[in-house]
Design a protein around this ligand. Structure first.
Ligand SMILES: [Zn+2]
Ligand SMILES: [Zn+2]
Length: 224
């Protein structure tokens, strides 16, 4: 049950944080992003990567991971990185942000696939989704979209990950190709985690709190 519930809880927590802070570039959000990036990256390397390499051929795995990286580059190009803290506000625009919405939904749907009983990926996704949901919420509430649009956006976005998990755990067709999808998701995670880690710093200045938070993220991932 947790594998369906935790990603939803993450969005709820994120929406509450976004609602309270109402500020995109607070130091807290940045540290939370750094932590989530490091934690997700570590869990991907500890749990998901060995699992996929175990089931698939090495070269094939590598190729699929690269496809995932490429897919995430395209998705971030479409979303303009709003989910990890780039504010692209066009206040006058009242039309529903379809491109952003669809790109975020594809990402969320796919990241539901590697969640199953035998690994701890659900915790990585839980932590990864909190700052993302907070940033999307701030973005949506600063825009001039109607309440119905905002709530609809968040609700559908919220169910995409459990939907992916359900598909990967319950359909025969997907079951045969699950390792292929998981390899692509590894690429997605590698790209988003490293992008977040890179972008939460200013230039390449030394940042002690960021470094501490990253080590903490890896340490916690190592414990579970
Ligand atoms: Zn970015
Ligand atoms: Zn994600």
């Amino acid at each position: 049950m947790n594998k369906y519930l935790l990603p939803v809880i993450a969005i709820v927590i994120g929406v509450i944080i976004g609602f309270i802070t109402k500020k995109q570039k607070s130091k807290g959000t940045k540290l939370l992003l750094s932590f989530s990036g490091a934690f997700l990256l570590a869990l991907t390397l500890f749990d998901l990567l060995p699992e996929v390499y175990h089931h698939l051929e090495a070269k094939q795995t590598g190729l699929l991971i690269m496809c995932g990286v490429l897919l995430q580059i395209i998705l971030e190009f479409l979303s303009k990185g709003i989910e990890h803290g780039h504010d692209q506000l066009h206040k006058e625009n009242k039309e529903f942000p379809w491109v952003l919405f669809i790109s975020l939904c594809i990402h969320s749907f796919l990241e539901g696939f590697p969640i199953h009983q035998h690994n701890d990926m659900v915790y990585g996704i839980l932590i990864h989704k909190i700052p993302i949901a907070a940033l999307i919420t701030t973005y949506l509430f600063q825009s001039s979209y109607s309440k119905v649009q905002v709530i609809g956006f968040l609700l559908i976005f919220m169910v995409m990950t459990p939907l992916g998990t359900y598909m990967s755990n319950n359909t025969v067709l997907v079951n045969e190709y699950i390792d292929f999808v998981n390899a692509i998701v590894i690429g997605i995670f590698l790209h988003i985690a490293t992008t977040i880690l890179f972008e939460t710093g200013e230039g390449h200045k030394f940042n002690l709190s960021k470094l501490v938070v990253i080590c903490f993220g890896v340490f916690i991932a190592n414990l579970i």
